[in-house]
Design a protein around this ligand. Structure first.
Ligand code: NAP
Length: 288
């Protein structure tokens, strides 16, 4: 974990590199290799102003022949940062069901990229570990359970066909240290896993992508590696840009239907960059 970036808005807490939002907004415009051609899809990305959510939102916007993109953000400031388009909706997924429903109405698919995000209290003193806290209203139980459950419920009620969730590796171990970040019992991975199970049981079509430590590095230059249930994959991290692309490809590949997978990448230069997403999804675990 990196602890020296007090000026940043938030920190990566899964072992990924900490970088500024400017770097995190690497465009995915060049990443346009779909699995299959199909009807144009209207897609809502929630957490669209987040570090991975924004990559997904902008990539969808850059492919107007395939997607009609919508974004849900939490604040007017985030909406402005994304360009204030008519396709942007403002609302808290945990407490504003009408904004969520308005954003989702008429969508074919939902990509969930909301997440509780702990903030560093203050830069740590030399030799000490940083201290984190979740903002008011932003506890994992509120965002990753109630907020994510609300998104699944709204998708089901509104006839949205397909839901892709980007979550995290580590959820098979209740003692994972991330469950204690921001305080004992905050249990972010436990709540994420619970809402993934809720989605699986919902009857909706789904793909669950559990990412390794997120890196703000270029996408489409690494070989991606998938697994399941936290089995050792030899690698621990993956660029946010590749996670974003995988989430989009999940909407295009029939092989992604009904699977849950862990996602990491090899180092750049170690293996050929992944191009065949259908083949990758075909090897994923079916079900939870
Ligand atoms: P992020 O930048 O922390 O973005 C999370 C987004 O969720 C933010 O845009 C935030 O809105 C939004 N949000 C939070 N609570 C909300 C609410 N109640 N209503 C509406 N929006 C809400 O995400 P990330 O770091 O790209 O991570 C993406 C996913 O990968 C997350 O599920 C994360 O847990 C997972 N993951 C992260 C790592 C890592 O190394 N960091 C590793 C593995 C997996 P605001 O912009 O208003 O705050």
């Amino acid at each position: 974990m990196h602890a020296s970036c007090a000026a940043q808005r938030s920190v990566s807490f899964f072992g990924g590199t900490v970088v500024t939002r400017r770097v995190a907004r690497q465009s995915l415009r060049s990443m346009a290799t779909p699995c299959v051609a199909g009807a144009k899809q209207t897609v809502l990305v929630t957490g669209a102003a987040g570090r991975t959510g924004r990559l997904v939102y902008e990539a969808l916007l850059s492919r107007p022949e395939q997607f009609s993109a919508r974004g849900l953000v939490r604040t007017a400031e985030s909406k402005a940062a994304l360009g204030n388009g008519d396709n942007l909706f403002v609302g808290d997924v945990s407490s504003n069901s009408s904004a969520l429903e308005e954003a989702l109405r008429g969508c074919d698919a939902l990509i969930i990229l909301t997440s509780a995000t702990p903030k560093m209290v203050a830069p740590p003193k030399p030799g000490e570990r940083p201290e984190f806290v979740y903002p008011a209203g932003g506890l994992p139980e509120q965002v990753d359970w109630h907020g994510q459950k609300a998104q699944v419920d709204a998708a089901r009620a509104l006839g949205v066909k397909n839901v892709v969730v980007v979550g995290s590796r580590g959820g098979t171990d209740p003692n994972n240290m991330l469950n204690r970040i921001g305080g004992e019992g905050t249990n972010i991975l436990v709540w994420k896993r619970k809402s993934e199970k809720y989605l699986v049981d919902s009857g909706l079509d789904y793909t669950i992508i559990r990412a390794g430590g997120l890196l703000d590095k270029p996408g489409r230059v690494r070989q991606l590696v998938i697994g399941s249930d936290d089995a050792d994959l030899g690698f621990r991290a993956v660029p946010r840009a590749d996670v974003a692309e995988m989430a989009i490809q999940a909407l295009l590949c029939k092989e992604a239907s009904g699977c849950s997978l862990d996602l990491v990448s090899k180092e750049e230069g170690d293996g050929a960059p992944t191009a065949d997403f259908a083949a990758l999804f075909a090897t994923a675990k079916r079900g939870m």
